[in-house]
Write a protein that binds this ligand. Structure first.
Ligand SMILES: [Zn+2]
Length: 69
C-alpha cells in the first residue's frame, strides 16, 4: 500500500514592513504633492505665477469637487 503525498500547505508570505515603510512614505509624499497641485494651485496659494498648472489639472479639480470658479 502506497502512501498518498500530503497536500502542499502554502507558507504565508512575509511582508517586510521595514522595507515597505520608506516606499510608503515616498508614495504618500507624491500623493500629497499631487493633491496640492490639483486642489490649491491657484490664487494666493499658488507656487507658479501663471495658470498653466491650474489649467492642466482643471478637469481633475472639478472631478474631485474642489471649487475654482
Ligand atoms: Zn473650474
Amino acid at each position: 500500500m502506497s502512501q498518498a503525498a500530503a497536500p502542499a500547505v502554502p507558507l504565508p508570505v512575509r511582508i517586510p514592513i521595514r522595507e515597505i515603510v520608506p516606499w510608503a512614505v515616498f508614495v504618500v509624499l507624491l500623493a500629497l504633492i499631487a493633491v496640492y497641485f490639483v486642489s490649491a494651485e491657484q490664487g494666493a496659494t499658488s507656487i507658479f505665477a501663471n495658470m498653466y498648472v491650474h489649467e492642466f489639472v482643471h478637469d481633475g479639480r472639478h472631478l474631485l469637487a474642489f471649487p475654482c470658479h
